[in-house]
Design a protein around this ligand. Sequence first.
Ligand code: AP5
Length: 189
Amino acid sequence: MINLILFGPPGSGKGTQSDFLVEKYNLHHISTGDMFRSEIGGKTELGLLAKSYMNKGELVPDEVTISMLKKRVEDNPGVQGYIFDGFPRTVPQAEALDRMLEEMGQSVNLVELKVGDDELRRRLLERGKTSGRADDTNVDTINNRIQVYKDNTIPVATYYDSHGKAAFVEGEGAIEEVTNRLFNVVDSL
Ligand code: AP5
């Protein structure tokens, strides 16, 4: 069984590459961003709360995010493995994930997509022309997302690296090239 955290800044290609990893390794994809967007679409209480953070490029509080994630894992027993996309984004989220997987007798490896800030801004603004995502259209919000990643989320990669469970992949270049680099890393785990 493989459990993977596909890690990287906003716009680094986590969602895009998750689709290929899901297909090749038969993993169950969990994207906390997609889950929040679905709650927003359903105008639920959780959606309203999440929207107030997401539209500013801030993180939704850990407590809310961790309990939503746990429920999704519990609702999908017996899968071949998980790919976590956009989670964990803070060290407390990483610790909660590790505890949960440990109780299931499993562990996880992190693979980080490295992409420069200018390329991230270019990709997100381009997607913002059609995505309808409020957090993709305003350059200040995009810059805040990148800054929040640097301040709160990079420590997650350091945390897994200190446990010998982190690898990275160059995330710039054609989508197919990045996919092949990821496959090489995952095959070596
Ligand atoms: P989330 O939905 O996770 O968004 P994100 O991390 O900001 O990342 P994106 O989905 O925008 O980018 P991606 O890396 O998946 O890249 P993609 O493949 O889409 O989170 C949104 C918000 O939800 C957060 O800001 C936060 O508020 C909240 N949230 C979510 N999880 C949370 C958590 N755990 N804790 C607290 N809050 C949380 O690609 C981007 C674009 O680039 C696409 O148009 C794609 O076609 C293009 N592209 C991809 N690869 C390439 C390539 N190689 N070359 C050129 N273009 C490419």
